[in-house]
Ligand binder design. Structure first.
Ligand code: DGT
Ligand code: CA
Ligand code: CA
Ligand code: ZN
Length: 587
């Protein structure tokens, strides 16, 4: 029994309980299954092995797995079934594996559709929506029906792609461990992962070694691997416990550069590069770059390949065949000075426990400074019309300013006495944009804050014109410095509201409003091609974590990756500035 199979079953049980049961215990049961699924999803050990070695007691050592859950796991491993799950499926005979995966489409909605229209599969759901049956139900509308259709179409398109942030920590760990092996000379994760693409189909790992068999033997026995799908002299093909496939490719060291180039891709970039080689009477493949006499010109490192083709080195994030080969032609263009992974000095979008964050302002600041090396953060708690997040009203905002001023004073004093670097908390807010583009806090209050971000959190179903106008109005507001997550998308889950991004970029340019690159790996909003449009128009950008917990500062690398994919330079990103220069640069 694989970890990801257990996770799937637990998530389905949670979904079915919410459809089938409604008593005092429901909430607790649902939470127990959800938490267990979250934990198992991120484990590097096999749950089955833990059980086989140490029994129920072993399972109970795993955080979030208690009595009830461990007995269910035992039953599953012993009998291949959970009778409680079978009962639930009998009670609610829907195709739960399909329907529970449609995020944003919860068990409560599904319950109504099952009871009123007998819907049990996605195909039936799509048919009912297309026939207009759903909008006729009480509590449903034409808009909701259209959303269902859109969601089904989206879910057909995105099958089987993983979010970069969901696999990143585990893959980096595997890369590091391979690099530490004595017989591994070099190891690099290539493919879409290296290009920092927002979603990943499979993982490609490249290793240079003189002892391929030994390395492959080590790799396929790593605890993160749950199934070996194939393995040969220079290759292995496995599935990790979280379900993602990995291709391991082993090459001799003298071909490491050409193989890294080839397997980093993308495919179209490779084809263009190969054509360029052909036009110079060369030949390029994963083993090296050769001239017409078969003499090897380059291959041990990527720079050598690019330079021999009279190109400057092209960073992986740009290898999407979007004009990079023309741009990087030697002697043609000024250097790009892309934003680098250590360029950020601050974070202008973070939440505290005053609203829907989970930690105090002090904890957020200390983590930002001590663990992530930042010099400043803005606390951007939500504002009053966002009831769900406990949004702050005018008075609470003013109180928060006082609190932040006091904290800044202690930071100053401590840094003088401890000799540690000074840190600045900026007072701010994530102000909610209302239906008509006005804000829910008046300008005379906003002007007391150091910096102001604004974003849309509701009324996603308005027309493109209305949404675009909301954002343009917010940009035109003289108190608004930044538009947060401008399109509202959630990758693989929600397309975001309809918006004419070109017009928003134009308005940002006219009003000197900064646009956000939200680093939360579910958002990455703006997306890469929008970033490139904004950069071309000279619009300033900010890379923010949107941290609701101090560990979320780690998301910033995904925002930086996205910014690089959008060809953003250090000078395009305002939070590469020192705090004083940043504040001076605001509109
Ligand atoms: P993914 O896995 O869908 O997220 O995207 P990639 O880019 O990682 O694609 P993948 O895993 O199929 O292949 C890894 C790299 O190998 C790809 O980026 C470029 C290279 N490659 C694969 N197939 C071809 C091909 O037919 N021609 C060329 N020139 N390169 C290829
Ligand atoms: Ca891949
Ligand atoms: Ca692959
Ligand atoms: Zn936020």
């Amino acid at each position: 029994m694989k970890n990801n199979e257990i996770v799937k079953i637990f998530r389905q049980i949670s979904f079915l309980i919410q459809m089938a049961e409604n008593d005092l215990n429901t909430v607790y049961k649902v939470r127990a299954y959800d938490k267990a699924a979250d934990v198992i999803e991120n484990m590097s050990m096999s749950i089955e092995e833990i059980y086989l070695n140490d029994g129920i007691e072993g399972l109970k050592q795993v955080p979030s797995i208690g009595n009830a859950i461990s007995t269910k796991i035992e039953e599953l491993i012993k009998t291949n079934k959970i009778s409680y799950y079978e009962e639930l499926k009998k009670k609610i005979p829907i195709k739960v594996s399909e329907l529970s995966n449609m995020a944003g489409f919860g068990p409560k909605t599904m319950k109504i559709l099952y009871e009123k229209l007998g819907i049990t599969t996605i195909a039936e759901l799509e048919k009912a929506a297309l026939e207009g049956k759903i909008s006729k139900l009480k509590g449903f509308s034409k808009g909701k029906e259209e959303k269902i259709i859109k969601k089904i179409q989206l879910s057909k398109k995105i099958k089987n792609r993983y979010l970069l942030g969901n696999v990143y920590p585990l893959i980096k760990k595997i890369e590091k461990e391979l690099n530490q092996q004595k017989n591994v000379r070099r190891c690099l994760v290539v493919g879409s992962f290296r290009r920092m693409k927002e979603t990943i189909g499979d993982i490609d790992i490249l290793v240079a070694t003189d002892e391929p068999e030994k390395v492959i033997e080590f790799f396929v026995s790593m605890p993160e691997i749950q199934e070996i799908k194939g393995s040969g002299k220079a290759k292995a093909f496995v599935e990790l416990r979280n379900g993602i496939d990995v291709d391991l490719l082993v090459v001799p060291e003298e071909s490491f550069g050409s193989a890294a180039q080839y397997f980093t891709g993308n495919k179209d970039h490779n084809i263009s590069l190969r054509n360029l080689a052909i036009s110079m009477d060369f030949h390029l493949n994963e083993w090296g770059l050769y001239n017409k006499n078969g003499m090897r010109l380059a291959g041990c490192d990527e720079e050598g390949i690019y330079n021999s083709l009279q190109l400057k080195y092209i960073p992986p994030e740009l290898r999407e065949n979007c004009g990079e080969i023309q741009y990087f032609t030697e002697g043609r263009n000024p250097p790009l000075n892309l934003i680098e992974y250590d360029d950020l000095k601050g974070d202008l979008h973070t939440h505290s426990e005053s609203t829907d964050g989970t930690m105090s302002i002090t904890d957020m600041a200390l983590h930002a400074r001590n663990k992530f090396g930042l010099e400043y953060i803005a606390i951007t708690d939500h504002t009053k019309s966002l009831g769900l997040a406990n949004g702050l009203n005018e008075n609470e905002l003013l109180n928060q300013i006082d609190k932040i001023n006091a904290l800044n004073d202690t930071f100053k004093q401590n840094s003088i006495s401890d000799g540690v670097s000074n840190f600045r908390i900026l007072s701010s807010a994530e102000v909610n944009i209302l239906k008509d583009g006005r804000l829910d806090i008046p300008n005379n209050i906003l002007d007391r804050l150091d910096i102001v971000g604004a974003s849309i959190h509701s009324n996603f179903s308005y027309s493109k014109d209305v949404q675009t106008n909301r954002l343009i109005q917010a940009a035109r507001n003289p108190s608004v410095d930044i538009l947060f997550h401008p399109t509202g998308r959630l990758i693989n889950k929600r397309e975001g509201y309809a918006v004419d991004i070109e017009k928003v970029i134009e308005a940002a340019s006219e009003t000197r409003t900064i646009l956000e690159i939200n680093s939360n790996y579910q958002r990455l909003d703006l997306r890469d091609e929008h970033i490139r449009m904004a950069v071309e128009k000279g619009v300033k950008l900010v890379i923010n974590s949107d941290a609701h917990h101090p560990v979320h500062f780690a998301y910033l690398i995904f925002g930086i990756g996205q910014a690089r994919r959008g060809w953003a330079k250090k000078t395009d990103i305002v939070n590469t500035l020192k705090v004083d220069s940043l504040l001076k640069s605001l509109k």
